[in-house]
Ligand binder design. Structure first.
Ligand SMILES: [Zn+2]
Length: 96
């Protein structure tokens, strides 16, 4: 039994056929491309989901002389999923 799953690849293929069958992508269209939005490219050898949940955060920073910055500081961070969200399989990290 393989310890890997192709859930993300298979789901993307299903979405692709579904949208094509439904005519959302018209016959004869060229350069059709499907990809997970926000796909992360991992440099590590560990196994990861291609897409991970993102936490967006923002705040108004305090200024040295008192008061607060006029503009909000915004940022976001991706949190690595530990399990496949489709089949529930646990991802293996480096050295595991
Ligand atoms: Zn899976």
């Amino acid at each position: 039994m393989s310890d890997k799953c192709n859930c993300f690849t298979e789901t993307l293929e299903r979405v692709k056929s579904h949208l094509t069958e439904q005519g959302k992508v018209p016959d004869g269209a060229t350069e059709v491309s499907f990809r997970w939005q926000g796909q992360t490219h991992m440099l590590s050898n560990g196994e990861y989901a291609p897409v991970n949940p993102k936490v967006e955060f923002k705040f108004r920073a305090p200024k040295k002389g008192g008061g607060h910055a006029r503009n909000m500081t915004k940022s976001d961070i991706s949190i690595l999923a530990t399990h496949c969200c489709y089949c529930g399989r646990k991802y293996k990290k480096d050295g595991e």
